[in-house]
Ligand binder design. Structure first.
Ligand code: 5AD
Ligand code: SF4
Length: 462
């Protein structure tokens, strides 16, 4: 197991904090922004806090420890954090024992840490993405020293896993298979804030999944910024396909998902594996980013529109019922109307089930930030609206294709609007609402899809 010694050390800090907090009421509140990786990290924070003896608070007002797990992939995520921090100032003034911590991708940026230090001196702890396993140690340092504790690492080779974690859902879980990214897409801050690619050992991943399965987990989502290059840097290299096959064999695991893939590394072997391995879900999230080869080149994506089309055609041929989803950026520097029309054309050709569409956001320090020809805001907005309209219309047509069929659904929760209904997902990730007993939550049941309402189905148990 990687990082065992460090885990032992951290467990000692957890014990010290338990003693320190003994007899005092203490509750935590975690706010998570950003992607699945951050969501997974937050489950680890919750695990450590609960091990110390904290309970979860319903709101920030009821909390004694507030943690913001930040994202910095687009500028508006940073602004949201500063807005919320401003509000915490008063809260802390009325409750001096309150501890406020910031972590995650935004804290890997020295300028942001500087801003926090200058404008938000009431913050207690600041750390980044590389030392999340040190939460207890940092909390202990804050309680035994004075003033803000800042511990941001520039990078790391360390992988520390063997610490407690709390799962949001008892029956499904994300599992980190790798950390970091080596791709340096020219618009993206992730390689700078999450560091170089590091894969976990397959034995460690499989033993975590076996433990999860024994604990009632039926669905796992294998997480990494670029899962297709999993295992390349290990002493004994293992391909992502091989890992996927082995994960799908773990007894009790009924669904295996993964996120995110990069088109440049997608192998025929992986396509075969998805087609041949029954428990691997028929859903592929494959970020396109742009449909123009010229822009893809400037983005440093290392594939052409033709290559992307070829992959998606192969995927559909091998797995006809697969659902394809994507990420698209509009307004990348230098994007002309013609480039944008190429993106629209790709949307028409591939026919995605759904797409996350983003307005390009300039990230200081990335190559794209200093490119000439930044596209004017009104032009970007107009393109964004046109793209969204097409993406939604096609998504609606695509997601309705299974009306009348009986398909397996994993119910995840009681419907938020109507408590007589359950909300779950098909193998291909589409949402289904159907009347059902909450006892069904967490077990796969056959559902007749009676009606499609755009992006989701209404159904009834078959
Ligand atoms: N501006 C807009 N969108 C971005 N993404 C990453 N960086 C940026 C940026 N600077 C999008 C990409 C990626 C998704 C997670 O976020 O589409 O796939
Ligand atoms: Fe960012 Fe590109 Fe890495 Fe994805 S593959 S995290 S977009 S650099």
């Amino acid at each position: 197991m990687q990082g065992t010694e460090e885990a032992v050390l951290q467990k000692e800090y957890i014990e010290k904090l338990r003693a320190l907090y003994k007899g005092k009421p203490h509750a935590y509140f975690i706010e998570t922004l950003g992607c699945q990786m951050n969501a997974k990290d937050s489950e680890k924070f919750a695990g450590i806090l609960q091990e110390i003896g904290f309970t979860e608070a319903a709101s920030e007002r009821d909390a004694d420890f507030i943690l913001y797990n930040t994202c910095t992939v687009r500028e508006n995520a940073n602004q949201r954090i500063y807005g919320r921090l401003g509000q915490l100032k008063n809260l802390k003034a009325g409750k001096p024992g309150l501890r406020i911590a910031l972590c995650g991708c935004m804290m890997q940026e020295p300028d942001e840490v500087d801003t926090v230090r200058r404008k938000y001196p009431f913050v207690d702890i600041v750390f980044g993405t590389h030392n999340i396993f040190k939460l207890a140690e940092l909390m202990y340092r804050r309680e035994t020293g004075d003033g803000m504790v800042i511990d941001v690492w520039e990078g790391t080779d360390e992988i520390v896993e063997d610490l407690p974690a709390v799962r949001k859902y008892p029956f499904k879980s994300g599992v980190n298979i790798m950390y970091g990214c080596n791709n340096f897409c020219s618009y993206c801050i992730v390689p700078y804030v999450r560091g170089r690619e590091r894969s976990r050992l397959p034995e460690d991943i499989l033993s975590e999944i076996r433990m999860l399965s024994e604990d009632g987990v039926k669905e796992v989502m294998l997480l990494g910024q670029n899962v297709n290059s999993y295992g390349k840097t290990l002493e004994v290299p293992v391909s992502f396909s091989e890992l996927l096959r082995r994960v799908a064999e773990v007894p009790g695991i009924e669904r295996v998902r993964f996120m995110t893939s990069h088109p440049k590394d997608l192998s025929d072997e992986l396509i075969r594996t998805i087609a041949e391995t029954p428990r691997v879900c028929h859903h592929f999230h494959l970020p396109l980013q742009s449909g123009s080869t010229r822009i893809l080149e400037r983005m440093n994506r290392r594939y052409t529109r033709e290559k992307y089309l070829e992959i998606t055609e192969k995927l559909r041929e091998a797995v006809p019922d697969i659902s394809l989803t994507t990420d698209i950026i509009v307004g990348f520097p230098g994007e002309t109307e013609e480039d944008f029309l190429d993106t629209l054309d790709m949307v028409e050709r591939v026919r995605f089930d759904s797409a996350f569409t983003f307005i390009y956001s300039k990230r200081t320090g990335t190559p794209a930030a200093s490119m000439p020809d930044q596209v004017p805001e009104d032009v970007v907005k107009d393109r964004f609206d046109r793209l969204l309209a097409r993406v939604q219309a096609i998504g609606q047509e695509m997601s309705g294709r299974d009306v009348g069929k009986v398909l397996p659904v994993l119910p995840e929760e009681i419907n938020r609007q109507d408590s007589s209904m359950l909300t779950g997902r098909l193998d291909n990730n589409t949402v289904v609402h159907f009347p059902g007993d909450p006892k069904l939550i967490g077990s796969i049941v056959p559902v007749l899809l009676t009606e499609s309402r755009g992006f989701y189905y209404i159904g009834r148990q078959a």
